[in-house]
Design a protein around this ligand. Structure first.
Ligand SMILES: NC(=O)c1ccc[n+]([C@@H]2O[C@H](COP(=O)([O-])OP(=O)(O)OC[C@H]3O[C@@H](n4cnc5c(N)ncnc54)[C@H](O)[C@@H]3O)[C@@H](O)[C@H]2O)c1
Length: 270
């Protein structure tokens, strides 16, 4: 494998929420760059729900010529986070890249403003979006390659400003906490050579987002025109940025947050 074509050859990447959606795309892309992959997800069959995956993401990675191992569990449970990290070390003997992608705005949108959000939704959103990332970072940091490790935390466009209705308030608060954690971790782990960055996707047309567009009012046709680059995003738009942060292309970058949203967070109401 040439170093230029396969900058992650011999490396190992753990991607959370990798059974479907963007996490699956990240796992594929990191595998094409040469990495072996740990797939961690609450539900390893998640990719079948919207018809994305025929067999399993593990099989897909194997077909790309890379090794893969899968771990099922709720990563907001510290023990499951520990198992995911242990799978990397026990199976492949190392961990170079961690993508904290698990999460989502998983509670009912119609009761998602700050004042309407019931306790149970608040707990679920903090667990899925903040605790998953926090526990994975805590478990992974001591065993990641140093120097050379890279952690990428997935945030959201919502960290730059509230939605027009004030909805998704707790979801975006949880992601904002992840962005803040990214900065603290970057400072703490910089001296041992582990970089920590965050990525904020705009609306990305994953199969789930497309299937639920009308019901959630997200990714409906009229939203393309509101984006400076003229369209909502695709998983293909995301993977290059993950490559940038996972590889030496960003070797002197840490603690940063990069929006991948076609410029939409720069648009004001005027
Ligand atoms: N799709 C978008 O437009 C968009 C926009 C901004 C941010 N994001 C963020 O990007 C990430 C991926 O989004 P997606 O659209 O691909 O979502 P998705 O629902 O298609 O995939 C998320 C995956 O995470 C898994 N997951 C959820 N909670 C988990 C937990 N507690 N433990 C382990 N796995 C868990 C799910 O099973 C699922 O496979 C999420 O963090 C989401 O908040 C998505």
């Amino acid at each position: 494998m040439s170093k230029a074509a396969h900058p992650l050859a011999g490396k190992v990447a753990l991607v959370t929420g990798a059974a479907g959606g963007m996490g699956r795309a990240y796992a594929h892309h990191l595998a094409t760059l040469g990495a072996d992959i740990v797939i961690a997800d609450l539900d390893l069959g998640a990719g079948k729900r919207w018809g994305e995956v025929e067999d399993s993401v593990e099989d897909e990675i194997n077909r790309l010529g890379r090794r893969a191992v899968s771990v099922e569990g709720d990563l907001s449970d510290r023990e499951a986070a520990r198992r995911a990290v242990a799978a990397a070390i026990d199976t492949f003997g190392r961990l170079d890249v961690l993508v904290n992608n698990a999460g989502g705005a998983i509670t009912p949108a119609e009761r998602s403003t700050a004042t309407a959000s019931p306790e149970e939704d608040t707990s679920r959103l903090l667990a899925a979006n903040l605790y998953t990332a926090l526990y994975l970072c805590q478990e992974a940091a001591p065993v990641m390659t140093r120097p050379g490790g890279s952690i990428i935390n997935i945030a959201t466009l919502g960290v730059f400003g509230a939605s027009r209705t004030g909805g998704y308030a707790i979801y975006t608060a949880a992601k904002a906490a992840v962005v803040d954690l990214t900065k603290s971790l970057a400072v703490e782990l910089g001296p041992v050579g582990i970089r920590v960055n965050a990525v904020a996707p705009g609306v990305i047309r994953t199969p789930r987002v497309v299937a639920t567009a009308e019901q959630r009012g997200i990714a409906t046709g009229d939203q393309d025109a509101k984006v400076p680059l003229g369209r909502l995003g695709t998983t293909e738009d995301m993977v290059g940025v993950i490559e940038f942060f996972a590889s030496d292309l960003s070797k002197y970058v840490t603690g940063e947050l990069l929006a991948v949203d076609g410029g939409v967070h720069h648009v004001s109401v005027l």
